[in-house]
Design a protein around this ligand. Structure first.
Ligand code: UD1
Length: 419
Protein backbone atom coordinates (compact mmCIF):
# COMPACT_ATOMS: atom_id res chain seq x y z
CA UNK A 1 0.00 0.00 0.00
CA UNK A 2 1.14 3.55 -0.70
CA UNK A 3 0.64 6.74 1.24
CA UNK A 4 1.49 10.39 0.68
CA UNK A 5 3.61 12.37 3.09
CA UNK A 6 3.29 16.12 2.71
CA UNK A 7 5.29 18.79 4.48
CA UNK A 8 3.09 21.87 4.42
CA UNK A 9 4.03 25.49 3.94
CA UNK A 10 5.79 25.54 0.54
CA UNK A 11 5.00 28.21 -2.01
CA UNK A 12 4.26 26.79 -5.47
CA UNK A 13 5.75 28.19 -8.66
CA UNK A 14 6.13 27.23 -12.31
CA UNK A 15 3.70 25.40 -14.55
CA UNK A 16 1.68 22.22 -14.59
CA UNK A 17 0.27 20.28 -17.55
CA UNK A 18 -3.29 18.98 -17.25
CA UNK A 19 -4.08 15.44 -18.44
CA UNK A 20 -7.08 14.35 -20.50
CA UNK A 21 -10.34 14.05 -18.60
CA UNK A 22 -10.94 10.72 -16.89
CA UNK A 23 -14.69 11.23 -17.19
CA UNK A 24 -14.38 11.77 -20.95
CA UNK A 25 -11.98 8.88 -21.54
CA UNK A 26 -14.03 6.21 -19.71
CA UNK A 27 -17.18 6.51 -21.90
CA UNK A 28 -15.04 6.97 -25.02
CA UNK A 29 -13.23 3.68 -24.32
CA UNK A 30 -16.62 1.99 -23.77
CA UNK A 31 -17.90 3.51 -27.03
CA UNK A 32 -15.13 1.84 -29.05
CA UNK A 33 -17.20 -1.37 -28.68
CA UNK A 34 -19.78 0.16 -31.04
CA UNK A 35 -17.58 0.24 -34.15
CA UNK A 36 -16.08 -3.28 -34.00
CA UNK A 37 -12.99 -1.68 -35.52
CA UNK A 38 -9.66 -0.17 -34.43
CA UNK A 39 -9.63 3.14 -32.52
CA UNK A 40 -6.66 5.15 -31.28
CA UNK A 41 -7.09 7.25 -28.13
CA UNK A 42 -4.34 9.84 -27.81
CA UNK A 43 -3.05 11.45 -24.63
CA UNK A 44 -4.95 8.89 -22.55
CA UNK A 45 -4.50 9.41 -18.78
CA UNK A 46 -3.07 6.16 -17.40
CA UNK A 47 -5.21 6.04 -14.25
CA UNK A 48 -6.50 3.15 -12.15
CA UNK A 49 -10.06 3.73 -13.46
CA UNK A 50 -8.82 3.68 -17.06
CA UNK A 51 -7.09 0.33 -16.41
CA UNK A 52 -10.34 -1.03 -14.96
CA UNK A 53 -12.34 -0.23 -18.10
CA UNK A 54 -9.47 -1.49 -20.29
CA UNK A 55 -9.49 -4.78 -18.35
CA UNK A 56 -13.26 -4.99 -18.75
CA UNK A 57 -12.99 -4.57 -22.54
CA UNK A 58 -10.13 -7.08 -22.67
CA UNK A 59 -12.23 -9.64 -20.83
CA UNK A 60 -14.87 -9.22 -23.58
CA UNK A 61 -12.25 -9.96 -26.26
CA UNK A 62 -10.89 -6.52 -27.21
CA UNK A 63 -7.21 -6.30 -28.20
CA UNK A 64 -5.63 -3.30 -26.52
CA UNK A 65 -2.07 -1.95 -26.91
CA UNK A 66 -0.95 0.66 -24.43
CA UNK A 67 1.99 2.98 -24.93
CA UNK A 68 2.49 4.30 -21.40
CA UNK A 69 5.04 6.92 -22.47
CA UNK A 70 3.03 8.60 -25.23
CA UNK A 71 -0.30 7.81 -23.55
CA UNK A 72 -1.62 6.39 -26.81
CA UNK A 73 -3.85 3.34 -26.64
CA UNK A 74 -4.99 1.31 -29.60
CA UNK A 75 -8.25 -0.57 -29.07
CA UNK A 76 -9.44 -3.20 -31.53
CA UNK A 77 -12.98 -4.32 -30.69
CA UNK A 78 -13.54 -6.47 -33.80
CA UNK A 79 -13.42 -9.69 -31.75
CA UNK A 80 -15.47 -8.52 -28.78
CA UNK A 81 -18.27 -10.92 -27.82
CA UNK A 82 -21.11 -10.68 -25.30
CA UNK A 83 -19.24 -12.77 -22.75
CA UNK A 84 -18.90 -12.12 -19.03
CA UNK A 85 -17.11 -9.38 -17.09
CA UNK A 86 -16.10 -10.41 -13.58
CA UNK A 87 -18.26 -8.76 -10.95
CA UNK A 88 -15.08 -7.76 -9.04
CA UNK A 89 -14.08 -5.58 -11.99
CA UNK A 90 -17.53 -4.01 -12.29
CA UNK A 91 -17.79 -3.32 -8.57
CA UNK A 92 -14.44 -1.52 -8.63
CA UNK A 93 -15.86 1.33 -10.67
CA UNK A 94 -19.33 2.66 -11.42
CA UNK A 95 -18.11 3.84 -14.85
CA UNK A 96 -17.92 0.19 -15.94
CA UNK A 97 -21.72 0.23 -16.34
CA UNK A 98 -21.10 2.49 -19.38
CA UNK A 99 -20.31 -0.73 -21.24
CA UNK A 100 -24.00 -1.67 -21.14
CA UNK A 101 -25.21 0.84 -23.78
CA UNK A 102 -22.62 -0.12 -26.42
CA UNK A 103 -23.02 -3.86 -25.68
CA UNK A 104 -26.80 -4.00 -26.11
CA UNK A 105 -26.48 -1.84 -29.19
CA UNK A 106 -23.99 -4.23 -30.78
CA UNK A 107 -25.18 -7.62 -29.47
CA UNK A 108 -28.82 -7.08 -28.49
CA UNK A 109 -28.15 -8.31 -24.96
CA UNK A 110 -25.75 -8.06 -22.03
CA UNK A 111 -25.62 -9.08 -18.39
CA UNK A 112 -23.46 -7.34 -15.85
CA UNK A 113 -23.24 -7.09 -12.07
CA UNK A 114 -24.52 -3.91 -10.36
CA UNK A 115 -21.79 -1.25 -10.57
CA UNK A 116 -19.55 0.05 -7.74
CA UNK A 117 -17.51 3.27 -7.45
CA UNK A 118 -16.76 5.98 -4.89
CA UNK A 119 -18.65 5.70 -1.58
CA UNK A 120 -20.51 8.96 -2.02
CA UNK A 121 -24.13 7.87 -2.13
CA UNK A 122 -26.51 5.15 -3.26
CA UNK A 123 -25.98 5.98 -6.95
CA UNK A 124 -28.86 4.06 -8.56
CA UNK A 125 -29.03 3.19 -12.28
CA UNK A 126 -32.80 3.56 -12.75
CA UNK A 127 -32.43 6.36 -15.32
CA UNK A 128 -30.05 4.29 -17.46
CA UNK A 129 -32.57 1.43 -17.38
CA UNK A 130 -35.52 3.75 -18.11
CA UNK A 131 -33.69 4.86 -21.26
CA UNK A 132 -32.91 1.30 -22.41
CA UNK A 133 -36.56 0.29 -21.86
CA UNK A 134 -37.78 3.30 -23.88
CA UNK A 135 -35.54 2.12 -26.74
CA UNK A 136 -37.35 -1.22 -26.67
CA UNK A 137 -35.16 -3.35 -24.41
CA UNK A 138 -36.27 -5.76 -21.66
CA UNK A 139 -34.56 -5.26 -18.32
CA UNK A 140 -34.23 -7.98 -15.67
CA UNK A 141 -32.68 -7.54 -12.24
CA UNK A 142 -31.57 -10.81 -10.73
CA UNK A 143 -29.28 -11.69 -7.79
CA UNK A 144 -27.17 -8.53 -8.10
CA UNK A 145 -27.05 -8.68 -11.89
CA UNK A 146 -28.69 -6.47 -14.52
CA UNK A 147 -29.65 -8.18 -17.76
CA UNK A 148 -30.77 -6.09 -20.72
CA UNK A 149 -31.93 -7.70 -23.95
CA UNK A 150 -33.70 -6.67 -27.12
CA UNK A 151 -34.41 -7.91 -30.65
CA UNK A 152 -33.66 -4.43 -31.94
CA UNK A 153 -33.36 -0.95 -30.47
CA UNK A 154 -35.78 1.64 -31.85
CA UNK A 155 -35.39 5.39 -31.39
CA UNK A 156 -37.63 7.07 -28.79
CA UNK A 157 -38.22 10.32 -26.91
CA UNK A 158 -36.74 9.98 -23.41
CA UNK A 159 -37.12 12.50 -20.61
CA UNK A 160 -34.58 12.11 -17.79
CA UNK A 161 -36.06 12.96 -14.37
CA UNK A 162 -32.59 14.19 -13.41
CA UNK A 163 -29.77 15.17 -15.81
CA UNK A 164 -27.60 12.16 -14.95
CA UNK A 165 -24.19 12.17 -16.64
CA UNK A 166 -23.88 8.39 -16.87
CA UNK A 167 -27.48 7.82 -17.99
CA UNK A 168 -27.17 10.46 -20.74
CA UNK A 169 -23.97 8.80 -21.99
CA UNK A 170 -25.26 5.24 -21.79
CA UNK A 171 -28.53 6.06 -23.57
CA UNK A 172 -26.71 8.09 -26.23
CA UNK A 173 -24.37 5.15 -26.92
CA UNK A 174 -27.31 2.73 -27.10
CA UNK A 175 -29.17 5.05 -29.48
CA UNK A 176 -26.51 5.79 -32.11
CA UNK A 177 -27.11 2.49 -33.92
CA UNK A 178 -30.85 2.24 -33.11
CA UNK A 179 -33.47 2.46 -35.83
CA UNK A 180 -34.83 6.01 -36.27
CA UNK A 181 -34.58 9.08 -34.08
CA UNK A 182 -33.95 9.34 -30.33
CA UNK A 183 -34.42 12.54 -28.38
CA UNK A 184 -33.00 12.78 -24.86
CA UNK A 185 -34.63 15.61 -22.93
CA UNK A 186 -33.26 17.06 -19.70
CA UNK A 187 -29.95 15.50 -20.75
CA UNK A 188 -26.85 16.29 -18.72
CA UNK A 189 -24.72 19.03 -20.33
CA UNK A 190 -21.30 18.25 -18.82
CA UNK A 191 -18.43 18.89 -21.28
CA UNK A 192 -17.45 15.19 -21.12
CA UNK A 193 -20.82 14.31 -22.70
CA UNK A 194 -20.09 16.74 -25.51
CA UNK A 195 -16.72 15.06 -25.97
CA UNK A 196 -18.29 11.60 -26.15
CA UNK A 197 -20.80 12.93 -28.70
CA UNK A 198 -17.96 14.42 -30.78
CA UNK A 199 -16.12 11.08 -30.64
CA UNK A 200 -19.27 9.23 -31.78
CA UNK A 201 -19.94 11.78 -34.55
CA UNK A 202 -16.38 11.38 -35.84
CA UNK A 203 -17.04 7.62 -35.96
CA UNK A 204 -20.09 8.36 -38.16
CA UNK A 205 -22.94 8.91 -35.67
CA UNK A 206 -25.51 11.67 -36.14
CA UNK A 207 -25.89 13.55 -32.84
CA UNK A 208 -26.97 17.18 -32.60
CA UNK A 209 -27.80 19.44 -29.67
CA UNK A 210 -24.34 18.88 -28.14
CA UNK A 211 -23.86 21.08 -25.07
CA UNK A 212 -27.61 21.60 -24.61
CA UNK A 213 -30.20 19.73 -22.54
CA UNK A 214 -31.79 18.17 -25.63
CA UNK A 215 -29.79 15.65 -27.61
CA UNK A 216 -31.13 14.45 -30.96
CA UNK A 217 -29.66 11.21 -32.29
CA UNK A 218 -30.49 9.81 -35.70
CA UNK A 219 -29.56 6.13 -35.81
CA UNK A 220 -26.97 5.01 -38.38
CA UNK A 221 -26.16 1.49 -39.58
CA UNK A 222 -22.43 1.33 -38.80
CA UNK A 223 -19.62 3.29 -37.20
CA UNK A 224 -15.91 3.37 -38.15
CA UNK A 225 -12.76 3.27 -36.04
CA UNK A 226 -11.02 6.65 -35.61
CA UNK A 227 -8.16 8.36 -33.86
CA UNK A 228 -9.19 10.83 -31.15
CA UNK A 229 -7.72 13.11 -28.48
CA UNK A 230 -10.13 13.68 -25.55
CA UNK A 231 -10.61 17.04 -23.79
CA UNK A 232 -8.54 18.21 -20.83
CA UNK A 233 -9.65 17.40 -17.29
CA UNK A 234 -11.49 20.41 -15.82
CA UNK A 235 -11.53 18.84 -12.35
CA UNK A 236 -7.78 18.28 -12.30
CA UNK A 237 -7.33 21.90 -13.49
CA UNK A 238 -9.69 23.12 -10.74
CA UNK A 239 -7.74 21.13 -8.14
CA UNK A 240 -4.49 22.85 -9.19
CA UNK A 241 -6.21 26.27 -9.07
CA UNK A 242 -7.04 25.56 -5.44
CA UNK A 243 -3.49 24.30 -4.83
CA UNK A 244 -2.29 27.77 -5.90
CA UNK A 245 -4.91 29.54 -3.78
CA UNK A 246 -4.39 27.49 -0.61
CA UNK A 247 -0.60 27.99 -0.72
CA UNK A 248 -0.90 31.70 -1.63
CA UNK A 249 1.04 31.05 -4.83
CA UNK A 250 1.01 32.04 -8.48
CA UNK A 251 1.23 29.19 -11.02
CA UNK A 252 0.53 28.56 -14.70
CA UNK A 253 -1.85 25.77 -15.73
CA UNK A 254 -1.58 24.41 -19.28
CA UNK A 255 -4.50 22.54 -20.82
CA UNK A 256 -7.72 24.23 -19.80
CA UNK A 257 -10.89 25.37 -21.58
CA UNK A 258 -12.19 28.67 -20.20
CA UNK A 259 -15.84 27.67 -20.78
CA UNK A 260 -15.58 24.31 -19.01
CA UNK A 261 -14.14 25.79 -15.83
CA UNK A 262 -16.40 28.87 -15.66
CA UNK A 263 -18.40 27.88 -12.54
CA UNK A 264 -15.23 27.17 -10.53
CA UNK A 265 -13.44 30.33 -11.71
CA UNK A 266 -16.52 32.45 -10.90
CA UNK A 267 -16.53 31.29 -7.27
CA UNK A 268 -12.75 31.55 -6.85
CA UNK A 269 -12.83 35.09 -8.33
CA UNK A 270 -15.54 35.97 -5.82
CA UNK A 271 -13.08 34.93 -3.10
CA UNK A 272 -10.38 37.21 -4.49
CA UNK A 273 -8.23 34.88 -6.59
CA UNK A 274 -6.80 36.35 -9.80
CA UNK A 275 -7.07 34.65 -13.23
CA UNK A 276 -5.49 35.43 -16.56
CA UNK A 277 -6.48 33.22 -19.49
CA UNK A 278 -4.44 32.97 -22.69
CA UNK A 279 -5.90 30.39 -25.06
CA UNK A 280 -5.68 27.04 -23.26
CA UNK A 281 -3.30 28.40 -20.63
CA UNK A 282 -4.16 30.05 -17.36
CA UNK A 283 -2.22 31.96 -14.73
CA UNK A 284 -3.75 31.65 -11.26
CA UNK A 285 -2.74 34.17 -8.63
CA UNK A 286 -3.69 33.14 -5.12
CA UNK A 287 -1.53 35.66 -3.26
CA UNK A 288 -4.41 37.96 -2.16
CA UNK A 289 -6.33 37.77 1.10
CA UNK A 290 -9.40 35.62 0.47
CA UNK A 291 -13.05 36.04 1.44
CA UNK A 292 -15.47 33.29 2.55
CA UNK A 293 -18.26 32.33 0.12
CA UNK A 294 -21.31 30.07 -0.17
CA UNK A 295 -21.45 27.27 -2.74
CA UNK A 296 -24.17 24.93 -3.96
CA UNK A 297 -23.25 22.01 -6.20
CA UNK A 298 -25.45 21.67 -9.29
CA UNK A 299 -25.45 19.84 -12.62
CA UNK A 300 -23.31 21.59 -15.26
CA UNK A 301 -23.06 24.55 -15.83
CA UNK A 302 -23.51 24.81 -12.04
CA UNK A 303 -20.69 24.30 -9.55
CA UNK A 304 -19.37 20.70 -9.97
CA UNK A 305 -19.83 18.23 -7.12
CA UNK A 306 -16.39 16.87 -8.08
CA UNK A 307 -14.84 20.15 -6.85
CA UNK A 308 -16.84 20.36 -3.61
CA UNK A 309 -14.35 18.69 -1.25
CA UNK A 310 -11.35 20.59 -2.62
CA UNK A 311 -13.26 23.88 -2.11
CA UNK A 312 -14.00 22.82 1.44
CA UNK A 313 -10.26 22.56 2.19
CA UNK A 314 -9.72 26.05 0.83
CA UNK A 315 -12.67 27.58 2.69
CA UNK A 316 -11.58 25.70 5.81
CA UNK A 317 -8.63 28.08 6.13
CA UNK A 318 -10.24 31.32 4.95
CA UNK A 319 -11.29 33.61 7.80
CA UNK A 320 -15.09 33.91 8.18
CA UNK A 321 -18.12 31.64 7.63
CA UNK A 322 -18.79 29.76 4.38
CA UNK A 323 -21.60 27.33 3.58
CA UNK A 324 -21.35 24.46 1.08
CA UNK A 325 -24.56 22.73 0.03
CA UNK A 326 -24.23 19.39 -1.78
CA UNK A 327 -27.27 18.70 -3.97
CA UNK A 328 -25.95 15.92 -6.25
CA UNK A 329 -24.78 13.13 -3.92
CA UNK A 330 -26.28 12.48 -0.49
CA UNK A 331 -23.11 11.18 1.17
CA UNK A 332 -20.35 13.43 -0.05
CA UNK A 333 -19.10 14.94 3.20
CA UNK A 334 -16.86 12.10 4.36
CA UNK A 335 -13.80 14.34 4.03
CA UNK A 336 -15.20 16.55 6.82
CA UNK A 337 -14.17 14.12 9.55
CA UNK A 338 -10.66 13.89 8.09
CA UNK A 339 -10.37 17.69 7.73
CA UNK A 340 -11.46 17.97 11.37
CA UNK A 341 -8.47 15.80 12.34
CA UNK A 342 -6.41 18.59 10.79
CA UNK A 343 -8.16 21.19 12.94
CA UNK A 344 -10.99 22.30 10.63
CA UNK A 345 -14.09 23.82 12.20
CA UNK A 346 -16.94 22.40 10.10
CA UNK A 347 -20.48 21.44 11.10
CA UNK A 348 -22.76 19.36 8.92
CA UNK A 349 -26.44 20.20 8.85
CA UNK A 350 -28.25 17.85 6.47
CA UNK A 351 -26.95 18.52 2.98
CA UNK A 352 -25.04 21.66 4.05
CA UNK A 353 -21.68 22.11 5.71
CA UNK A 354 -21.03 25.28 7.69
CA UNK A 355 -17.35 26.14 7.69
CA UNK A 356 -15.73 28.54 10.13
CA UNK A 357 -12.32 29.28 8.63
CA UNK A 358 -9.32 28.60 10.88
CA UNK A 359 -5.96 30.33 10.50
CA UNK A 360 -4.02 27.14 9.63
CA UNK A 361 -4.51 23.39 9.32
CA UNK A 362 -2.39 21.09 11.50
CA UNK A 363 -0.61 18.20 9.80
CA UNK A 364 -2.16 14.88 10.85
CA UNK A 365 -2.62 11.23 9.86
CA UNK A 366 -5.69 11.11 7.63
CA UNK A 367 -7.39 8.73 5.23
CA UNK A 368 -8.63 9.32 1.66
CA UNK A 369 -12.25 8.12 1.75
CA UNK A 370 -12.97 8.72 -1.95
CA UNK A 371 -11.23 10.22 -4.96
CA UNK A 372 -12.00 13.94 -4.53
CA UNK A 373 -11.95 13.69 -0.72
CA UNK A 374 -8.37 12.45 -1.13
CA UNK A 375 -7.51 15.47 -3.29
CA UNK A 376 -9.00 17.73 -0.62
CA UNK A 377 -6.66 16.23 2.00
CA UNK A 378 -3.62 16.80 -0.22
CA UNK A 379 -4.65 20.44 -0.56
CA UNK A 380 -5.11 20.84 3.19
CA UNK A 381 -1.73 19.12 3.71
CA UNK A 382 -0.02 21.65 1.40
CA UNK A 383 -1.29 24.47 3.63
CA UNK A 384 -0.85 22.76 6.99
CA UNK A 385 1.65 23.36 9.71
CA UNK A 386 3.89 20.26 9.88
CA UNK A 387 3.53 16.86 8.26
CA UNK A 388 0.38 15.22 6.88
CA UNK A 389 0.22 11.50 6.11
CA UNK A 390 -2.57 10.39 3.78
CA UNK A 391 -3.39 6.69 3.56
CA UNK A 392 -5.70 4.79 1.17
CA UNK A 393 -4.40 6.90 -1.69
CA UNK A 394 -5.54 4.32 -4.24
CA UNK A 395 -8.71 6.42 -4.29
CA UNK A 396 -6.64 9.39 -5.51
CA UNK A 397 -4.84 7.23 -8.10
CA UNK A 398 -8.24 6.41 -9.63
CA UNK A 399 -8.54 9.93 -10.99
CA UNK A 400 -5.30 11.96 -10.86
CA UNK A 401 -2.27 11.23 -13.04
CA UNK A 402 0.86 11.28 -10.83
CA UNK A 403 -0.49 14.12 -8.71
CA UNK A 404 2.52 13.93 -6.38
CA UNK A 405 4.99 14.42 -9.26
CA UNK A 406 2.98 17.27 -10.75
CA UNK A 407 2.88 19.01 -7.34
CA UNK A 408 6.53 18.23 -6.54
CA UNK A 409 7.62 19.77 -9.85
CA UNK A 410 5.99 23.08 -8.89
CA UNK A 411 7.56 23.19 -5.44
CA UNK A 412 5.37 21.10 -3.10
CA UNK A 413 7.05 18.84 -0.54
CA UNK A 414 5.13 15.64 -1.21
CA UNK A 415 6.31 12.08 -1.57
CA UNK A 416 4.75 8.68 -2.11
CA UNK A 417 5.96 6.00 0.30
CA UNK A 418 5.17 2.30 0.68
CA UNK A 419 3.88 0.97 3.98
C1 UD1 B 1 -20.50 11.24 -13.18
C2 UD1 B 1 -19.01 11.38 -12.95
C3 UD1 B 1 -18.73 11.77 -11.51
C4 UD1 B 1 -19.52 13.00 -11.13
C5 UD1 B 1 -21.00 12.85 -11.46
C6 UD1 B 1 -21.81 14.12 -11.25
C7 UD1 B 1 -18.11 9.80 -14.55
C8 UD1 B 1 -17.41 8.50 -14.78
N1 UD1 B 1 -18.37 10.11 -13.27
O1 UD1 B 1 -20.93 10.18 -12.32
O2 UD1 B 1 -17.33 12.03 -11.39
O3 UD1 B 1 -19.40 13.23 -9.74
O4 UD1 B 1 -21.15 12.47 -12.84
O5 UD1 B 1 -21.25 15.17 -11.98
O6 UD1 B 1 -18.39 10.54 -15.47
N2 UD1 B 1 -28.91 9.10 -10.41
C9 UD1 B 1 -30.13 8.46 -10.27
N3 UD1 B 1 -30.44 7.48 -11.16
C10 UD1 B 1 -29.59 7.11 -12.17
C11 UD1 B 1 -28.37 7.77 -12.31
C12 UD1 B 1 -28.05 8.77 -11.40
O7 UD1 B 1 -30.90 8.77 -9.38
O8 UD1 B 1 -29.95 6.21 -12.95
C13 UD1 B 1 -28.55 10.14 -9.44
C14 UD1 B 1 -27.30 9.74 -8.62
O9 UD1 B 1 -27.65 8.96 -7.52
C15 UD1 B 1 -26.77 11.09 -8.22
C16 UD1 B 1 -27.12 11.97 -9.40
O10 UD1 B 1 -28.13 11.29 -10.14
O11 UD1 B 1 -27.43 11.55 -7.07
C17 UD1 B 1 -25.96 12.28 -10.33
O12 UD1 B 1 -25.43 11.07 -10.83
P1 UD1 B 1 -24.81 10.96 -12.29
O13 UD1 B 1 -24.88 12.30 -12.96
O14 UD1 B 1 -25.41 9.80 -12.96
O15 UD1 B 1 -23.30 10.66 -11.95
P2 UD1 B 1 -22.38 9.53 -12.54
O16 UD1 B 1 -22.62 9.40 -14.01
O17 UD1 B 1 -22.42 8.33 -11.68
Amino acid sequence: MDKFIIKGGSTLRGEVNISSAKNAVLPIIAATILCGDKCVIKNCPMLLDVYVIIDALKSLGAKIDINKISGEIVIDTSEVSDSHISSDLVRKMRGSFLIMGPMISRFGQFKISFPGGCNIGTRPIDLHLKGFKALGADVKLDHGYVEVSTRKLVGARIYLDFPSVGATENIMMAAVLAEGETIIENAAEEPEIGDLASFLNEMGAKITGIGTDTLRIIGVKTLNGISYKPIYDRIEAGTFMIAAAITKSKIKINGIYKDHIKPVVAKLREMGIGFQFRGQELIVDGRNDLKPIDIKTMPYPGFPTDMQSQMMSLLGCVYGTSVITETIFENRFMHVLELKRMGANIKIDGRSAVIEGISKFNGAEVKATDLRAGAALILAGLEADGETEISDIYHIDRGYVEIENKLYNIGAKIQRVKY
